[in-house]
Design a protein around this ligand. Structure first.
Ligand code: PAF
Length: 253
């Protein structure tokens, strides 16, 4: 049966006693589950004896207050989905449990975090790295799974884990897409049916062989507001706004 853990001492005591000799897989999320999250769970269940799934909507990574307010909160639905997927524990802490220091301490990366999404979302990656560092230190998993849709986030977390000698292996998992090609994201739920139809143009254009400037003007023409389309390390990265939703994606070139 799935067990919900809300505080750190409770988890640490389990680690010390019942979970001493086991391999632990960890899937950190902000809830509002979709197929992408479930594929991370599947992989963790396959590769570890125990799977821990965390749900924590991390306020410090939202540079825009209204984005935080609008972020979907669907705990009961998430719990139902996880019950049938062999997840053993849900770590579901409150703000004080995670930010016992009230965010006086943070993890800052000085290079990649200022590029791509970092250029458009000041402070975002400080919030991501800080909460992931805390979660990795709490859970002490063997493996942690991250989706490649957030490829920049994955690279930053991998770099942080190496820089700080964190024992958890950071494992990238392939982006899961809807049948029409749109990458699954918790934010897709906030698209209107009309916007959802338009959204498919984003991965289509990102995958195309068009030059970047042409992709940008096609996106603008279709009704998107483009934050960036950029090539880096053999990948094409993009972020766009559609209505009140910000979408990101990347593809191998
Ligand atoms: O990708 C996410 O859902 C979040 O950025 C993460 C890694 C759970 C940190 O809050």
């Amino acid at each position: 049966m799935i067990q919900i853990i809300k505080n750190v001492p409770e988890w640490k005591s389990l680690l010390k006693n019942d979970l001493k000799e086991t391999t632990i897989g960890f899937v950190p999320t902000m809830g509002a589950l979709h197929e992408g999250h479930l594929s991370l769970v599947e992989r963790s269940v396959l590769e570890n004896r125990i799977t821990v799934f965390s749900i924590f909507i991390n306020p410090t990574q939202f540079n825009d207050k209204s984005d935080l307010q609008n972020y979907p909160k669907t705990f009961d639905k998430d719990l139902e989905l996880l019950k049938s997927r062999n997840v053993d524990f849900i770590f579901y802490p409150g703000y004080e449990e995670i930010y016992n220091d009230n965010y006086n301490y943070k993890v800052i990366e000085n290079n990649l975090s200022g590029k791509l999404c970092g250029k458009h979302r000041p402070g975002h990656f400080d919030g991501v790295l800080t909460v992931v560092m805390k979660l990795l230190n709490i859970i002490e998993a063997d493996n942690a799974y991250f989706g490649e849709k957030d490829y920049q986030q994955y690279l930053l977390i991998k770099g942080m884990a190496e820089a700080f000698f964190i024992k958890t292996e950071i494992i990238p998992c392939q982006t899961i897409r809807a049948a029409d090609g749109l990458a699954h994201s918790s934010r897709n739920e906030m698209l209107t049916p009309e916007e959802r139809k338009i959204a498919v143009k984003f991965p289509e254009l990102l995958k195309s062989d068009f030059p970047i400037e042409e992709i940008k003007s096609e996106l603008n023409y279709a009704g998107f507001k483009v934050d960036y389309i950029e090539d880096m390390n053999g990948r094409r990265f993009g972020a766009v706004h559609l209505g009140r939703v910000r979408l990101i994606d990347n593809v191998k070139k």
